[in-house]
Design a protein around this ligand. Sequence first.
Ligand code: CA2
Length: 158
Amino acid sequence: MFRLQVIHGPNLNLLGLREPHLYGTQTLADINAALLHTATALGVSVDFFQSNSEGALVDCIQSTLNQKHGILINPGAYTHTSVALADAIAAVALPVVEVHLSNLYKRESFRHHSYIAPLAIGQISGFGADSYDLGLRALVQYLKKKSGSASPAVGAAR
Ligand code: CA2
């Protein structure tokens, strides 16, 4: 069974509680519950992590080494600033899908650049909470195609 890590970056713990016009009405718990539902249907396991701290996010990414087959991440504002997150993702060399609730390219120009995108299989941006579901499906499909449907050894390079 593929084991996946879902990572939520800074302020995403406030989802559904503040700024619903920008980020929707679903809470982070709602999004995680929906992801768990999809993961179960797809036959994969998911662990969830959220932090507002860049170092804690780096630690979580490092912890996937030899433990997980892939990462689904919304790096939040660190998308646009964090060389440290990018270095950690490059170091673990796992398939990564980057997701965003909002469409980055309809927003301020500083959100148009991602340090994570060049390291990701792909990026899904602008579908609200559905971005996570679409991202999970894309990651699982990628892993299944790559392995010919059997789970590979953890830590297999991209
Ligand atoms: O669209 C996304 O998913 C973002 O990653 C969200 C980040 C933003 O900095 C990125 O440019 C795009 C911000 C997350 C803030 O989340 C909040 C949720 C509720 C209330 C306030 C902030």
